[in-house]
Each structure stands twice: as C-alpha cells, then as structure tokens.
Design a protein around this ligand. Structure first.
Ligand code: KG4
Ligand code: ZN
Length: 319
C-alpha cells in the first residue's frame, strides 16, 4: 500500500491507497479557519500548522485504513508546486518515514496529483482525454495521453489569475469569506446570472485570462452603497460565476475533444459540473486538495532510491 502526504497549501492531508487505486483512507485537516481572518493563506502560519498536524493526520490515515507502518510499501509526497515552507514540512516528514522504514519515496507533482484523482477506483478513467485542471493556483488544459506526468501536455493555461483565484478575489470584493469559490457557488444559487454582463477575455489559442473579469466586478461593486451591495450580492455572485464558467466551458469546447475531464478545486463548482454533463468530473471530495490523489499519481511515478531521496528538495513553482 501507498502512504501519501500532501502539504502544499493550507490542508494537511494523508491517505492510504492500494496499488490498484482503492482508497483505504483519505484524511484532510483543513486550516481554513486559521487563515480566514487574513482573507487568504498566510504561508508562515500554514507551515507552522502543518508541523503540528502532520503526525496526527498520518496516524489517523493509518488508523482509518486499519493499517500500520508494516503495511506500507511506498511513501509518496507532494514535492511541488506550492508554498515552499509548507511543502518542506511534508517532504521532511516523508523522508523521515521512508528512511526509518527503508521504504522507497516517490516525489509527486501536485498538478499530476489533481489529474490522478481521476485514476482512483471505483470510477477510474482511462486516458486518453482532455483535462481541465482548475484550482486556486493553476488553470491548465492538458492533453492526457497516459497516466504518467510525462504523457500530459499543457495545451492551454492562464495568462494571469487562476480560475480559483478569480473566485477567491471575487468573493473578497463581495465581502464573502475565504476561500471564496464555495461561498460564491452557494450564493449564486439565489441570484440571477443574467443580472450583470461581465466580460470574458478572448485571448488567442487555448489560453485563459481572468484579471479583466475581476476588475469588472470591482467597478460594479465600487458604484454600490452598502445597502445596494447587500441587495445585489447574490446577483453579482451568480453573474460573476456565470462568466468564469462560460470562459472555462468555451475553452474546453475550442479543443474539439470528445473525451473531457475536469479536476481541481474549481471542478467542485456546481454550475461548471452542470454545464458539462458529458465530462468526467473528479468526485467532489477529490477535487480540492487531498493526499489520495497524490498516492494515485505515485503509482505512475518512479521512486527515488533510498540514499538519493535524502537530498530531495521541494519546489515552489511549476517551471
Ligand atoms: O485544488 P485546490 O484545493 O487547491 C489548489 O491546488 O489551489 O483548489 C482551491 C480553489 C480555491 O480557489 C477555491 O476557491 C476553489 O478551488 N473552489 C471552488 C469551489 N470549491 C473550491 N471554486 C468554485 N466553486 C466551488 N464550489
Ligand atoms: Zn491543488
């Protein structure tokens, strides 16, 4: 069995997954409340909290799986991209575990992990397919030819903000809590998505751009009194969400792909899921950050030999 750790942002996560892709446990300790007061993730606070949570979360993942370290054959960990201090907590813990038990260690790219959320049972998806990966940090269109990261080619990406970032920044402008995606999703159900016409940037090729949309919302909100904002908040949320979803759906359509999958935190969005009834959407609990997807990706990534992985480093950005 694979024991995986994920600490790239503000969730401390551990999971036990079999080589066949069956999830035995998937524990996610969210730090959301800790960061909410600041309106976003504070990297230093995240690192310190990971340090406190990593051992109990690991223990809980093993316990829920009914397993002990004796049952673990491979240790996997997110090596990047993400917050460097946060990643280092997971990488150091994974190294220590693997070294102490003489186990192989698999460093996993977080983005590969998101795609690999589709390879878990009982609904494992077979490549090839075109995948939209939309999260707080990334918005990518990928041509997925096989299950290893080397077989996934980026065919489109955002030129500025990520789709999740657009949700989070929009939520902030609307005076909603952090993280904003789920809040906008909820409030949008009570609003009229046609109330405002927010522009969706038309950039060449298969790339995305969301910064103009955020500015359009800023202008719409700026002209409203507090009472007016209160009255129009749901309409603004619904219209803003409609614009983001339309941009994502249009780009997917432009690929001409007939097999489409969506992964990442934004793939949890109800309007996006409803707008793409034919697409394979990652299961809801596997959309936002978790360690089961990291274990899944580790199945298709070569391990680093024992002596070598002690020198393994985390990396902050994808390039
Ligand atoms: O994949 P994820 O958990 O972390 C990253 O790798 O970034 O994605 C988090 C992002 C946040 O921006 C959050 O606002 C967004 O996913 N998100 C949503 C929803 N749930 C989470 N966006 C839209 N609708 C949702 N229901
Ligand atoms: Zn993520």
């Amino acid at each position: 069995m694979i024991l995986a750790l994920e600490t790239s942002c503000d969730e401390t996560a551990a999971a036990v997954v079999t080589y066949r892709g069956e999830i035995r446990s998937n524990v996610v300790a969210s730090q959301v409340e800790l960061h909410a007061a600041y309106g976003g993730v504070v990297p230093e606070i995240a690192s310190r909290r990971h340090l406190e949570l990593v051992s109990p979360v690991l223990r809980e993942a093993l316990g829920e799986a009914g397993a002990t370290l004796d049952d673990v054959d491979t240790v996997a960990v997110t090596a990047g991209p993400g917050l460097i201090g946060a990643l280092l907590v997971g990488v150091a813990a994974a190294k220590g575990l693997a070294w102490a038990r003489a186990l192989p260690l698999v460093p996993v790219n977080h983005l590969h992990g998101h795609v690999a959320s589709l390879f878990l049972e009982p609904q494992a998806l077979e490549p090839p397919f075109t995948c939209l990966l939309a999260s707080g940090g990334h918005t990518l269109l990928l041509d997925v030819r096989d299950r290893d990261w080397g077989s996934m080619e980026v065919i489109g990406s955002t030129l500025d903000d990520a789709a999740g970032e657009a949700f989070d920044k929009g939520a902030r402008l609307l005076g909603l809590g952090y993280p904003g995606g789920a809040e906008i999703d909820r409030l949008a159900r009570e609003g009229d998505p046609e109330a405002y016409m927010f522009p969706v940037a038309r950039v060449p090729g298969l790339d995305f751009s969301f910064s103009g949309l955020k500015t359009a919302l800023l202008y719409a909100v700026r002209d409203l009194s507090a009472a007016e904002l209160e009255a129009r908040r749901a309409d603004l949320a619904a219209s803003y969400q409609r614009a983001i979803v339309r941009a994502l759906v249009e780009r997917i359509a432009a690929t001409g792909a007939d097999r489409v999958a969506i992964v990442g935190g934004v793939a949890a969005n109800s309007e996006l899921r409803e707008s793409l009834p034919e697409a394979h959407a990652a299961p809801l609990r596997l959309c936002t950050d978790n360690a089961a997807m990291i274990a899944s990706a580790a199945r298709f990534t070569g391990p680093v030999p024992a002596a070598e992985y002690l020198a393994l480093d985390a990396f902050a950005s994808a390039t």
